[in-house]
Every structure is written in structure tokens, then in C-alpha cells.
Ligand binder design. Structure first.
Ligand code: WAQ
Ligand code: MG
Length: 275
């Protein structure tokens, strides 16, 4: 009998980050079979060359083998989308969703202001994410220029075409949705994680999300003014739940492959009075 043994083949973490004039431009991370490494590396490099603010003047790719026994399999979070009138309303909704997830109201406001102003030194965009204490708003990441970069996650080759199809059917065909959903899926399984807030640094992409373990991946279609180059990610944590070192190690190093998707809801108009 022929048994497919792809589950036992080693996987490769492929990571790309690109900069222009010392400023972070783009990054991406995949986890793929050996046979796909060169193709995926070329795709990610091409993205850095074609990105709207590019081409990059510096691109770093790193490729590293991961033993299949170390890979964890999981299901992606449910996806919902709220349509708002403008970014102010979007941020009010984000604040509500964060407090509902267990982030203190003042901490939620602080995080929104931080991403709005640029979370890196001098208002720069960070390459990775801010880690913030959900109770007192303290920033916990060791390097506020770099932040913590989540990697070693992807969706399986079997799930990918199905997911691409169901996202497209819900009007969510942009590659950013699939990538952010994968990243948030990994983040939500982190020890001590309360919620994630994110919007893109791409001036042409205004959507973002609040993700939380119970509520899933909650998209908000407008979280910043058109043309704004500032964006970022904040991971809110409950400090007592896990040591920071364990959290960062999980985010940076634990390999996770998503082999199942959650429910994908059609976009709904948000009314400010909604509970
Ligand atoms: N780990 C940690 N932080 C990251 C990572 C990562 N792997 N990748 C990006 N960031 C941070 C970094 O500060 C970026 O400046 C910021 O997030 C935004 O990155 O459902 O495209 O790649 O419609 O611009 C969200 C909405 C899109 C998608 C997010 O992020 C949807 C997006 P970008
Ligand atoms: Mg990116």
C-alpha cells in the first residue's frame, strides 16, 4: 500500500525581511516542504522588489530546517468583519473589542495611540510587534526598535487552496488577509495571550483586526486614514500566566501548521450602539 509520508518530511522555515534606507519595508514568513523552498524564496524576494514603497535596497532571506516531530498542528480562528464609516469609528470598535477580551480600557487607548503615532523610536514603524501588559500598559519587548517577530507558521499545502477559495468567496481574497490570519492564529495560541491589535503599515491598506482567543479574528475594515504609512502590532499579555521568555520563545520559534480553518462570516455593517 502507498502511504503518503509528507507529514514526516522535514519542513523549512523561510523568512524574508526587506528595508529601504534603513527603514523596514516588508517581511514575510512561510513554513514549507523542501521541494517548495526555492519557489517560495523567489516569491518573497519578488514581493520585496515590487512592494509599493520599493524596490528594497536590502533583502534578507533565511532558510532553516525544522524537524517534523517539532511541528504542532492547529485550527485557524473564526473570521468576522465589521464595516465602519471611518477610521475613528473603527478605532472605537477596536477599543471595545479589546476591553471585551480582557484588556484594560486605558491600556487599549494607549495601544491605539501608540500604533497611530508609530510604535518605534521617533515614530518609526517597527519590524515586529509590541508586547504590552494588558493590565498596566507596560511595554515588555526587549528591543522597541525591532519588536518581536512571529515566524515559523503557515497553513498546510492541503488547506491552502480551500482556504484561498473560501476567503475569496467572502470578499477576503487579498493575500494580506490569509497571512495575517495565519499570524494571528499562532499568536492566539501563545501562553498568557489576551488579545492582538493590528493594522498594516501599507499606505494603501486600511483594514486591521482585533484577535482574541474566544472571539477569533475580528476584522475592522477601516482602522487608519488612507495614505497613512504607520501601522503595527500589539500583543496584550497577562503577565502572571507565563514567563515573558516562554512567550517570546513560542512566538519566534515554535513551528505551527494550520491544517483546518474556522468559520468565515460575511462582512456586516457595525452600528455604534451594538453591544
Ligand atoms: N511578527 C510580528 N510583527 C509583525 C510581523 C511578524 N511576523 N509582521 C509584521 N509585523 C508588524 C510590523 O510592525 C509591521 O509594521 C506591522 O505588523 C504591519 O505589518 O484581514 O498586512 O505586514 O484585511 O503591513 C491586517 C488586516 C493586515 C488583514 C496586516 O500587516 C485583513 C498587515 P503588515
Ligand atoms: Mg508585512
Amino acid at each position: 500500500m502507498l502511504v503518503s509520508s509528507t507529514m514526516n518530511l522535514p519542513l523549512y522555515s523561510v523568512r524574508m525581511r526587506a528595508a529601504l534606507g534603513g527603514r523596514h519595508l516588508a517581511g514575510a514568513e512561510r513554513l514549507v516542504a523542501g521541494a517548495a523552498v526555492s519557489k517560495v524564496t523567489a516569491e518573497l524576494t519578488q514581493r520585496a522588489m515590487l512592494c509599493s514603497d520599493g524596490p528594497a535596497d536590502e533583502i534578507h532571506c533565511s532558510i532553516e530546517r525544522i524537524e517534523s516531530a517539532r511541528v504542532r498542528y492547529a485550527c485557524l480562528p473564526d473570521v468576522s468583519t465589521s464595516q465602519v464609516d471611518d477610521w475613528r469609528q473603527g478605532r472605537r470598535l477596536a477599543s471595545q473589542l479589546l476591553t471585551r477580551a480582557g484588556v484594560c480600557a486605558e491600556v487599549a487607548s494607549r495601544a491605539l495611540a501608540l500604533l497611530a503615532d508609530g510604535a518605534g523610536p521617533g515614530g518609526a514603524v517597527m519590524r515586529g510587534a509590541v508586547i504590552m501588559d494588558a493590565v498596566n500598559g507596560e511595554r515588555l519587548e526587549a528591543d522597541p526598535r525591532r519588536g518581536v517577530r512571529v515566524s515559523r507558521m503557515d497553513i498546510t499545502a492541503a488547506l491552502r487552496p480551500r482556504l484561498v477559495k473560501s476567503l475569496a468567496a467572502a470578499g477576503l481574497g487579498h493575500h494580506r488577509v490569509l497571512e495575517a490570519l495565519t499570524l494571528a492564529g499562532k499568536v492566539l495560541l501563545a501562553p498568557g495571550l489576551v488579545a492582538e491589535l493590528c493594522w498594516s503599515d501599507d499606505p494603501a491598506y486600511s483594514a486591521g483586526y482585533v484577535a482574541a482567543p474566544q472571539a477569533g479574528y475580528q476584522r475592522i475594515d477601516i482602522l487608519k486614514p488612507a495614505g497613512d504609512r504607520r501601522g503595527g502590532r500589539v500583543f496584550f499579555v497577562e503577565r502572571e500566566a507565563a514567563p515573558l521568555s516562554a512567550l517570546v520563545d513560542y512566538l519566534e520559534r515554535q513551528a505551527i501548521l494550520f491544517d483546518a480553518a474556522g468559520a468565515i462570516a460575511a462582512p456586516e455593517k457595525w452600528r455604534a450602539g451594538d453591544a
